[in-house]
Design a protein. Structure first.
Length: 620
């Protein structure tokens, strides 16, 4: 029986099952297995992060086309613009592609730090919008003035009154005795009463980290008016949280922000002409229908934003505002897939071939063996209970010294095999007992990746990511699977979850390679990834398609080697190399004729990365 691993829920028609493999639903439909093997023939054996720029383009086109459609249907007068928040993914292989692919859209970049602002100034095409959010000092605000004087369409969002004072100070420095004064546009972030729901709900509400209260908003308005900069007040901004799973809170926030916009316009803020609704467009990560989290479509999202802004503007008698969004997850998550090989199945010793039955076994073990051979659908539940009862008895006998280690091993194997058979025979039953047993006999798959480096949101927030094998999809997966990464940390595990069950195939990895794919990892995971155990960013590959529909590798960046990782941590690399050489040269345990060979080998290993090297398996 084929299992599509919820592809129809989270896949967004980006991938498809092609016989036994998962393929890219684009051009000539290459399989992920084919691409993986092609990359590995070039010598890259660790985990591989694949980037698919066509999926970035797809999301950009969807976002802009839906707002264009909604604006046309409602005859909306304001423009739609968007920026990508750099905090979501600052890696150059991604940013370079998104800048290149968005030239036909009014799409720019959002910066929340000085380093991000430098990227935005350098990479954003002149005329496309730049927004600057987050806490800012004089230097960061000065960089924004430099960007404006270079011709950029840049808006600096005020998070507090002190920032506005600094903007006024920098404006005096940059535009003194200058008849053609140029400064950034000014935005004000509202501390909303409305808030989102879920892990990021604290981005909104009165206790949120950012934004001006109503009182501060009025004070900021008066100060701009007094200083003669009210004509630079262009935008109000709000953000109620990332990954907005329900549309209701957004609609409430839109009404709140729309009325603030209209009241400021009527107060005399004539240059105010934009509302930035922040980010938060949700991505569906669930692989199980009953666990779906997003309750709206991009079409509904665009319709609600356009309709509500138009309705409020009409009722208040003001111009309809330009609308900005900063949804990064929606644009970035789909484009990246992590492929990692399974190194080992840790419970494969629980196979019949591992039994060490004697010519004469303890009676309870003989009974277990009979139960295993005779179990069927009719007696499965009864035999299951008998086996569990025998397990307790035999373990007690072992503790008392009446049976030996081989007997204990046979007991564990037979009981495990009986439980597996019972679960398969009773698979149509959805009982709590079977779920508990499934959890107990889960197979542990050791996978060549670091969860802390490649999926930190799972560790930190419990964020699920779609996981599936890239081959054997024509076979029924039978193993309840938990996934272990290769870090030296007990938290480096994706445990089996009965509410979102992951089942994988019973593969002998000594005979056949078995790869897992982790999807929707393109947002936040890379930039939040940590070098726990000094595992670094995996080898990344940008995959594009030519005019014939064939794929090619546009860029391959290998994971950092051991020396580069240590250098990043500010170790003195030359000292480390000298010390290693000295230790070997002074060792009395190494023959002098071997020392040069050992040193050569050591330095070869230093040029490799931390991920485990796997040997190409051959089918037999």
């Amino acid at each position: 029986m084929r299992d599509d691993y919820g592809l129809s829920i989270w896949g967004n028609n980006n991938f498809m099952v092609d016989n036994s493999n998962i393929a890219i639903n684009y051009k000539n439909n290459p399989t992920l297995l084919e691409i993986t093997k092609n990359i590995r023939t070039k010598g890259y054996k660790g985990p591989i992060l694949m980037r698919f720029p066509h999926l970035i383009k797809k999301q950009l086109k969807l976002l802009f086309s839906e707002f264009k459609r909604a604006s046309s249907e409602f005859n909306y007068k304001g423009a739609f613009k968007a920026v990508f928040p750099l905090k979501v993914n600052q890696y150059p292989n991604f940013i370079n592609e998104i800048v290149k692919l968005s030239t036909n859209y009014d799409y720019g970049l959002e910066a929340g730090s000085k380093a991000e602002l430098i990227i935005a100034i350098a990479k954003t095409p002149i005329g496309a919008p730049i927004t600057v959010n987050g806490f800012k000092d004089k230097e960061m605000i000065s960089l924004s003035f430099i960007a404006a004087k270079a011709g950029h369409d840049i808006t600096v969002t005020i998070e507090g009154l002190n920032e506005l004072e600094t903007i006024l100070e920098v404006n005096r420095e940059f535009n003194t005795n200058n008849s053609s004064s140029i400064s950034p546009k000014i935005g004000m972030r509202i501390r909303m009463h409305s808030s989102g729901i879920g892990a990021w709900a604290k981005s909104g509400g009165y206790s949120s980290k950012f934004g001006l209260t109503s009182t501060e908003l009025l004070e900021a308005y008066d100060l701009l008016d007094k200083e003669g900069l009210i004509d630079r007040f262009y935008m109000i901004h709000f953000h109620i949280g990332s990954q907005m799973e329900e549309i209701g809170p957004l609609k409430k926030a839109l009404r709140e922000a729309g009325n603030i916009y209209a009241d400021l316009k009527k107060r005399g803020a004539n240059s105010l002409s934009a509302i930035n609704i922040g980010g938060g467009l949700a991505v569906e990560y669930s692989q199980v229908q009953k666990n779906k989290t997003r309750n709206y479509s991009i079409k509904e999202f665009a319709n609600d934003v356009i309709y509500l802004m138009q309705e409020i503007s009409k009722n208040k008698g003001v111009d309809e505002p330009d609308i900005y969004t900063e949804s990064g997850r929606f644009i970035a998550a789909n484009h990246a897939v992590l492929i990692a090989p399974v190194l080992e199945l840790f419970s494969q010793e629980y196979h019949e071939k591992s039994l060490r039955l004697k010519s004469k076994n303890p009676p309870l073990i003989e009974e277990l063996y009979d139960l295993y051979r005779a179990i069927n659908k009719q007696n499965a539940r009864e035999y299951l209970h008998d086996a569990i009862d025998h397990l307790d008895s035999l373990l007690t006998l072992f503790d008392l010294g009446y049976i030996d280690l081989e007997d204990r091993s046979n007991t564990e194997i037979l009981v495990n095999l009986i439980i597996k058979k019972s679960i398969n025979l009773l698979s149509k039953e959805d009982s709590d007992e079977l779920k508990r047993l499934q959890d107990k006999i889960q197979e542990k798959y050791l996978v060549n990746f670091s969860m802390f480096q490649s999926m930190p949101d799972f560790w930190g927030l419990g964020q699920e990511f779609p996981i599936m094998p890239i081959s054997n999809l024509d076979k029924k997966p039978t193993q309840a699977a938990s996934i272990w990464d290769i870090t030296c940390d007990s938290d480096g595990e994706i445990p089996y979850n009965t509410n979102s069950p992951l089942k994988l195939h019973d593969i002998d990895v000594q005979k056949e390679e078995y790869f897992l794919a982790f999807f929707l990892t393109g947002a936040y995971q890379e930039v939040l990834g940590m070098k726990h155990n000094l595992f670094t960013h995996p080898t990344e590959v940008v995959i594009k398609f030519d005019n014939n529909g064939d794929y090619y590798f546009d860029s391959i960046i290998e994971a950092q080697n051991l020396i580069d990782v240590l250098d990043d941590l500010d170790y003195d690399i030359d000292e480390i190399k000298r010390n290693l050489n000295t230790i070997i040269e002074k060792s009395n345990l190494i023959d002098n004729s071997q020392k040069s060979y050992i040193i050569e080998k050591l330095h070869l290993y230093l040029s490799e990365n931390s991920y485990l090297k796997t040997i190409q398996a051959t089918k037999v």
